[in-house]
Write a protein that binds this ligand. Structure first.
Ligand code: MRU
Length: 351
């Protein structure tokens, strides 16, 4: 396994004429890259979670749109745009919950339709747009991290923060959202320790968040998802910080399954509960969280651990990948433009 500083972890990299993706299904035992040169391979990589995490999915989809554009052989602008919509449709069908996917695809389509010039020129500008989405996401995450620092509890001096899933460098273009707050707290010497929920069924906390913390020397304790209440009762947790896949206009927040129960448990123990996310994760078209589409994944994620089947035959399964935390359980939403109570998100609508 390669060890490197976490601020050098970039899950999506444009290299010469292709995309390199860290294979997140193989971490932490193997740190390897998958090369993607075609849009259908990018769609597959998103679906199978080689690349995952809302902002990272958005960046990957932006490059996927460019790869798809590159595959279209025509000089006719209208035909190009029609066929580009087919690429967009393929990418939109990969994962339904993270709005960043749809946001990034829309940005790429807007670039194509608003650029004047030949089809070749359109393709060139699309690549520049994808690179820009990639680069800006890193800056956005750093701004989220710094904004988070301002709303974390002032006592004790060094905090213990609990997080769920992986909202780190691996889930973004780099640095992370929830883990960006953790990282900024660590660099400001305000962090004692991170508690990472293992995050059943795909174990993003146990595999990815812990890996990122180890790379940066951040003290990390992995707990199983059902231990959070006990840890809070023992006074081990000063605040919870999680990421988001889609935030409705009223602040209701979809994030990895288990986030909702964590928020309830935090409320019961008077522990502040923060959501850290870029403005591109807010879906102002949805009034509330009931309308957020929730992805259901294959039951094998539940009945199988590695190659071992853990359930008897004849059992039924339900495997929603996300849940929605009601706004009233959220202390503040931390964005790149500052942290606000969930009911004040509307001020960001025009951004
Ligand atoms: O299914 P995943 O691993 O893509 O889910 C990821 C999460 O739920 C993250 O918390 C969310 O996308 C925010 S990532 C900055």
């Amino acid at each position: 396994m390669i060890t490197l500083s976490t601020n050098q972890v970039y899950p999506v990299i444009w290299k010469e004429d292709r995309v390199l993706l860290i294979d997140q299904n193989k971490l932490p035992t193997e740190y390897t890259f998958v090369e993607i040169s075609r849009s259908d391979d990018m769609a597959q990589a998103i679906k199978t979670m080689i690349v995952r995490g809302a902002p990272a999915i958005g960046v990957a989809a932006a490059y996927g749109m460019y790869l798809g554009a590159r595959e279209i052989e025509t000089d006719n602008r209208d035909e190009f745009l029609t066929r580009l919509e087919q690429v967009a449709q393929m990418l939109r069908q990969t994962r339904p919950t993270a709005v960043n996917l749809f946001w990034a695809i829309a940005q790429m389509q807007k670039t194509a339709s608003q650029t004047i010039g030949s089809v070749d020129y359109l393709k060139q500008v699309m690549l520049e747009t994808a690179k820009k989405i990639n680069a800006e996401d890193i800056q956005t995450c750093q701004a989220i991290g710094d904004a988070g620092l301002k709303v974390l509890p002032s006592k004790p001096d060094k905090l213990c923060l609990l997080t769920h899933c992986n909202a780190g460098a691996l889930a973004t273009a780099g640095y992370g959202t929830a883990l960006g707050v953790v990282r900024s707290a660590w660099r400001a010497e305000r962090l004692a320790r991170v508690y990472a929920d293992e995050t059943r069924p795909r174990l993003q906390g146990a595999r990815l968040t812990s890996w990122e913390c180890v790379q940066e020397g951040i003290p990390v304790t992995v707990i199983t998802d059902n231990m959070a209440a006990h840890c809070m009762k023992q006074g081990l947790i000063d605040a919870v910080v999680v990421g988001a896949d889609r935030i409705a206009a009223n602040g209701d927040t979809a994030n990895k399954i288990g986030t909702y129960s964590l928020a309830i448990v935090a409320k019961a123990h008077n522990v502040p509960f923060f959501v850290a996310a870029p403005l591109s994760t807010i879906d102002f078209e949805l009034d509330n969280g009931n309308k957020i589409p929730i992805e259901e994944r294959h039951p094998s994620e539940i009945y199988q651990i590695g190659d071992t089947v853990i359930c008897p035959t004849g059992v039924e399964f339900y495997n929603p990948a996300f849940d929605v935390t009601p706004a009233e359980l959220i202390s503040a939403i931390i964005t790149e433009h500052g942290a606000v109570p969930p009911n004040q998100l509307k001020q960001f609508q025009s951004n």
